[in-house]
Design a binder for this molecule. Structure first.
Ligand SMILES: [Mn+2]
Length: 279
């Protein structure tokens, strides 16, 4: 099944490419099942984001519409990430990857940085994923991508449950953090300015769905209360996408723990909104 936002069967003409990576082999979460997300998000998109009248199918679009050509590559294995992403970005297409556990982002960023060099990373997550005492899992993503990002133009958004060693690492690398409290205090417009002032020209966005409050996104593998509101996250994603992005990933949706597929539906809407704003 293809995601409903796909509007071309021709890879060559695509400007945006959706890739599913149903792999959770490097998660340590007690709640399993993020590997179901690529299928579930496509399925829920086709049910909730389309309106069927007889044989006609109409999409429930973002207000700007979708003018970009979007291709759904289907699902790939973790071991196919570098060849697939290199194929997509060699033609300057934008990959939108759906995980899977957050450790997939390490492979994605490595592949994207082969073309663009050190990236500005905007990392939405409840957790800093900045453990450095062990590597190569969903809690060490930031440690593992340090050689491929420019920390001076990168930013963590939504952080609210750091471990002690993660706080130390954030200080050590002087990485900017925006917490949910900061957004409430500063307002969304100021937050948008802070992020847009921070990032450089080659920006990659990684969205762990647990950045969003569990009220809006209950179906994640490690939920944390006091998170971002869904609409704040979408507004920020759209502003960054308008500036131009090298790639986006959406990780950690865990359909087994979802409530009425709310989190998968939100992921589908997020994809449509980013596509409609992408430069
Ligand atoms: Mn994460």
């Amino acid at each position: 099944m293809k995601i409903c936002w796909a509007n071309t069967d021709n890879f060559d003409e695509a400007e945006i490419v959706i890739v599913g990576i149903p792999d959770e082999s490097k998660s340590h979460a007690l709640r399993k099942g993020t590997s179901e997300a690529p299928h579930k998000i496509r399925e829920i998109a086709s049910i909730r984001d389309t309106y069927k009248r007889g044989d006609d199918v109409s999409l429930g679009l973002p207000l700007e519409g979708i003018t970009k050509k979007v291709y759904d590559f289907g699902n790939i294995e973790r071991s196919q990430i570098s060849e697939t992403i290199e194929k997509i970005i060699s033609k300057s297409k934008i990959p939108i990857s759906i995980g899977g556990d957050h450790s997939l982002t390490i492979e994605l960023i490595k592949s994207v940085s082969k073309k663009y060099g050190k990236l500005s990373l905007v990392y939405f997550d409840a957790h800093p994923d900045f453990v450095s005492s062990i590597h190569g899992y969903y809690g060490s993503v930031i440690s593992d991508v340090l050689p491929f990002i420019d920390t001076k133009t990168s930013i963590l958004v939504g952080i609210r449950t750091p471990e002690k060693e993660e706080i130390d690492n954030i200080k050590k690398y002087d990485l900017q953090v925006i917490t949910p409290f900061d957004i409430i205090r500063n307002g969304i417009q100021k937050t948008e300015e802070i992020i847009l002032d921070k990032i450089g020209k080659n920006t990659y966005i990684s969205l762990d769905m647990d950045a969003i409050d569990s009220a809006f996104a209950p179906g994640v593998s490690v939920p944390v209360p006091l998170g971002l509101r869904n609409i704040e996250v979408v507004l920020l994603l759209k502003s960054i996408a308008k500036r131009g992005i090298c790639g986006l990933d959406i990780m950690e949706v865990c359909p087994n723990y979802d409530i009425k597929d709310r989190t998968s539906h939100l992921a589908s809407r997020i994809i449509s909104e980013v596509i409609s704003s992408a430069k």
